[in-house]
Write a protein that binds this ligand. Sequence first.
Ligand SMILES: [Zn+2]
Length: 60
Amino acid sequence: MEQDETAERPQSGPVYECVRCGRRVEYKELERYISFRCPYCGYRIFRKIRAPIVKRVKAR
Ligand SMILES: [Zn+2]
């Protein structure tokens, strides 16, 4: 079995977006903080979004 190096990390869980600062935090990342706060601004309201697609599309 070969291990190929991928630049993209697999997103295993849902991703949340802080409604205040707009930062996206993975659920497993949020779990590490008590009371489910935004690690950046401390806000507590998130909206659930899909795992971000990091691919960039060329505009032409
Ligand atoms: Zn925030």
